[in-house]
Write a protein that binds this ligand. Structure first.
Ligand code: DX5
Ligand code: ZN
Length: 224
């Protein structure tokens, strides 16, 4: 059984002292950095662009999992890769030519992810699952950190897991939004492989300990 991964979402980090928060995550047993890019068009919020991703790459000692909440992501894939993205995730809802866009991501050497909004059915990925390294199921409406987990996501995880099993692919299931110690076990039991956690890590009293606890859930051996 593969151990799940934990990806702190840096949207909740202290941007006046990124080095401090990155040093904390570097020294923790987190697996990836989750990096949210918002354009004010696909989602009603703006975060930051590739220059900041490049700065993050310079201080990160773990892979960058870059979540593009932007329209026309195909225009920026190479630039996010050059900035240091290791995984590049685009939204299903923003990609009329998803197959081509996934190929474009893989051509840069990055892993290719597809994110689904809460209302989007996982069955829509059945015909393309073999091309996808990671599916990011949004468990909140994308755009903001600190929102409440939508419990309907659990049934989406189970359905997606079945699709992945039937097609025998290595696709990872990532859950993004409202994830914390209170619900991580249920999410993992449903079949998730990657937990994204923003507020529950960075706003906790002891973020390193919270990351360790998120890793420890399930009681398996912690090797990636
Ligand atoms: C939401 C982002 C999430 C967010 C998660 O649009 O995609 O990655 O940072 O934050 P929390 O864990 O606080 O819900
Ligand atoms: Zn995200």
């Amino acid at each position: 059984m593969k151990k799940h991964l934990v990806a702190p979402s840096v949207l909740a980090a202290d941007f006046s002292n990124l080095s401090k928060d990155f040093a904390m995550v570097n020294s923790s047993n987190a697996d990836w950095y989750h990096v949210d890019i918002m354009d004010g068009r696909f989602v009603p919020n703006i975060s930051f662009g590739m220059n900041i991703v490049k700065t993050m790459k310079g201080i990160a000692e773990k892979p960058l999992d870059v979540h593009l909440m932007i329209v026309e992501p195909e225009k920026y894939i190479e630039r996010f890769r050059e900035a240091g993205a290791d995984v590049i995730t685009v939204h299903y809802e923003a990609c009329p030519h998803l197959h081509r866009t996934l190929q474009q991501i893989k051509d840069t050497g990055a892993k290719a992810g597809v994110a689904l909004n809460p209302h989007t059915d996982v069955g829509l990925l059945e015909l393309i699952i073999e091309e996808i390294d990671l599916v990011c199921l949004m468990s909140v409406n994308p755009g903001f950190g600190g929102q409440k987990f939508i419990y309907h996501t659990l049934s989406k995880i189970k359905k997606l897991k079945e699709i992945i099993t039937v097609h025998n692919t290595e696709t990872l299931i990532e859950i993004d939004g409202g994830v914390g110690l209170q619900n991580a076990e249920k999410i993992l039991q449903a079949g998730a492989d990657v937990l994204v956690a923003g507020s529950s890590v960075f706003k906790s009293e002891d973020p390193i300990d919270t990351i360790s606890k998120l890793k420890a859930i399930g009681g398996k051996i912690f090797h990636v």
